[in-house]
Design a protein. Structure first.
Length: 513
């Protein structure tokens, strides 16, 4: 869910505002003071003479190149006096044309305008004053035509965010620039996806949680806030706008919010479609590797190269538990694991195979794999031996499965197939249920006589030392010999034969595990 926060609205707003002029991007105007962008503009006039207020109407925009300041002693004083005169006369704003008499807006002019709250604009050299005057003059058209044109300007300006690499962040910053306010975009979990500046973001999040499905206006200290939900299919985001001013008009906020909501929906759906398509491509790639069709090899290498693999370099398959990787579905858990792999510069392609995470990675990135240690919960992972012939996929998947089983048995985070011991390899190669049933059947005569079972178990742990076994059990050595003789009788195994004793030792170990 994303939210748009807007400031309180003033329905007395006039037709044309300073922000509307700034929204005409071909003019290249830039605000150089922190003034109210909602200042009404009733007209525009270029003037370079002394005491220009005599020729300006209240609410008008004055344009100047600063020629009267050039080469004049005490120009700083003239700049301060000009600002004071314009403020007293009720002039709406001052626009300074750069690149003619001054390369930049004079510092004293900026300082005094900021002090007196006079909006001060910078006009680039390539923008004629006549074009600015023409734009303002055309604002005297009927209100419906004007509002339609302004809406188009707003939409065009916000649409340009789609050309940026991070479209959501660009949209938030453009909306903030347009409304001269702080804009915050939240996702469904309350995480801030993009923000244009400072604001009471934590309190806003709390307010959103209390009324997640409706537009909400509220005040936080000096901040006026409006939150607005944005639905995108099954998800909800909030776009929020907050301001310390109390004069953001509905005429400006409403079309801007509406355009922003539509763009958020468009961007989110586009991203979801891209992610879905990418997941499907990766899933197909892994299915082809696990399928082992030799004819698919060239295509598989083509796809692996797009993920940073080098053609024909040895790779490994890994199989990991999927449950503890995080909350959400398998796709979310894979995304979290891939992000960690990216953070640790691990080349990796992940997918799902029979409720496990399956992946392929270059063999040169040999374990231990650092991204596994960064996962939110500890997992077990089995890794195959290196291979370059992709037709061996099914065989290598089996190796990864055996590695995973052995890792679980030994409670190890990750284990390569080549590092599995013989006993673990033999046991892992069998289904756990089959092994458990066989061991239980073999040792049932002993498990029904706990004293005999304990004597034989400790005898094996003591490496066949009768006296050591007796000390551990607190028995006389003859008692130990008696119990071992009875154990041999009930099981049918000759404890003096190394092979038969070894078989019992393996069975007892498996039963204990």
């Amino acid at each position: 869910m994303r939210v748009l926060i807007l400031v309180s609205v003033d329905n007395t707003a006039t037709r044309f505002h300073l922000v509307d002029l700034l929204a005409v991007k071909r003019l290249g105007l830039r605000m150089v003071t922190e003034a109210d962008p909602e200042t009404p503009i009733l007209g525009a006039h270029a003037i370079e003479i002394d005491h220009p207020a005599r020729w300006m109407k209240p609410g008008w925009l004055m344009l100047t190149t600063g020629a009267r300041f050039t080469g004049v002693e005490g120009s700083a004083l003239l700049q301060r006096e000009l600002v004071d005169e314009l403020v007293t006369a009720g002039v709406a704003a001052l626009a300074f044309g750069t690149g003619i008499s001054r390369e930049t807006v004079p510092e004293m002019l900026v300082e005094q305008a900021a002090r007196r709250g006079l909006p001060l604009l910078s006009v680039p050299l390539e923008t004629p004053f006549l074009e600015i005057i023409d734009v303002v003059s055309k604002a005297t058209l009927t209100k419906d035509v004007y509002l339609q044109r302004r809406t188009v300007h707003i939409q065009d300006y916000l649409l340009e965010s789609l050309t940026e690499s991070d479209a959501l962040a660009a949209l938030v910053h453009r909306l903030a620039d347009l409304l001269r306010s702080t804009v915050v975009l939240y996702d469904q979990s309350g995480t801030i996806l993009a923000s244009s500046g400072l604001g009471p973001t934590q309190i806003i999040r709390t307010e959103i949680a209390s009324k997640p499905n409706t537009r909400n206006r509220f005040t936080v200290g000096r901040w006026q806030v409006l939150t607005d939900p944005v639905r995108t299919d099954t998800t909800l985001h909030w776009l929020a706008l907050a301001s310390r001013r109390a004069s953001v008009s509905e005429e400006l906020a409403e079309p801007a919010m509406e355009a922003a909501r539509r763009l958020v929906t468009m961007i989110v759906r586009s991203r979801e479609a891209v992610r879905t398509e990418d997941r499907l491509r990766r899933a197909r790639l892994l299915r082809m590797i696990l399928g082992g069709d030799r004819g698919d090899g060239p295509y598989i290498w083509d796809r692996l190269e797009t993920h940073g693999f080098r053609r024909n370099e040895p790779v490994r398959l890994l199989l990991a538990e999927s449950g503890p990787l995080g909350s959400g579905g398998a796709a979310d858990r894979i995304a979290a694991a891939e992000k960690l792999a990216l953070d640790t510069e691990t080349r990796l392609v992940l997918g799902v195979h029979e409720e496990h995470i399956v992946g392929v990675l270059p063999a040169e990135q040999s374990p231990p794999l650092p991204w596994l240690a960064e996962l939110p919960s500890r997992v077990h992972c089995g890794i195959s031996e290196p291979f370059a012939d992709l037709a061996e996929g099914p065989k290598r998947l089996r190796e990864a499965e055996l590695g995973l089983r052995a890792a679980r048995r030994q409670d190890r985070e990750q284990l390569c197939f080549e590092d599995i011991g013989l006993l673990d390899w033999l046991v892992a190669a069998r289904e756990p249920e089959t092994v458990r049933a066989k061991v239980t059947e073999l040792l049932r005569p002993l498990t029904e006589h706990q004293a005999l079972f304990a004597a034989l178990t400790e005898y094996i742990r003591s490496e066949g030392d009768i006296r050591r076994t007796a000390r551990t059990l607190g028995l006389h050595p003859n008692s130990v010999r008696y119990r071992l003789k009875r154990a041999s009788m009930v099981t049918g195994y000759d404890l003096t034969a190394a092979t038969e004793l070894a078989e019992l030792a393996v069975a007892i170990r498996l039963l204990e595990e």
